[in-house]
Design a protein around this ligand. Sequence first.
Ligand code: URA
Length: 241
Amino acid sequence: SQNPAPSKCVGPEYRSSNEKPTATVSTEVSYENVHILPQTPQLIALLTMIRDKNTNRADFIFYSNRIIRLLVEEGLNHLPVVEHTIKTPVGRSYSGVKFEGKICGVSIMRAGESMEQALRECCRSVRIGKILIQRDEETAKPKLFYEKLPEDVAERWVLLLDPMLATGGSALMAVDVLKSKGVPEDHILFLNLIASPEGAQNFAAKFPKLRVVTAFVDQGLDEKNYIVPGLGDFGDRFYTM
Ligand code: URA
């Protein structure tokens, strides 16, 4: 399955289009619960680095971490805040907001673990759970092999971490696991680097109250269910190549 690749002039609005280069940008989707990061020159340059097959492992990690940081920062904007007024050192008051509620991260192993560091950098001493789902050799269906979640996960907002959303099989099963532990669907935020259109659609259709924050919706999947144009196997490139 392949969508035509949308291309757009990339750069700030105040520049005319002949001053801006053209690049392939994210496919747009019409699901209210799927949020795509703004297609800024920085984001497109970072994605270009990690998609490049000639990018070495150290650079792949560095530039992936920058994108993941953007995803975490945007994801946190979807959590509730309450009014909070403080006094500044010069004796004035400032009416601001503060976070309300407890959060935790849940990474889908192995690739999702690459997103834990950025979450820790943004949320001090955040609890992080793990879920391992792999394809069952006999049935070829995703199977839950392992889960370790905070005991009070049902009372927390959950940031579910997985960089690549291909068919969505593992991520959908991970959400089923979280819901079976009592986490309300609308307290789950799925953070993702690159999604396929079918993965995004499967998610939006099955869990309309869950929010997806992704950096990019790509063109489609190839016959091996790799995302295209994609970046190959994220876990291999982050952990081993
Ligand atoms: N997982 C990956 O690492 N890459 C893909 O393209 C799809 C799933």
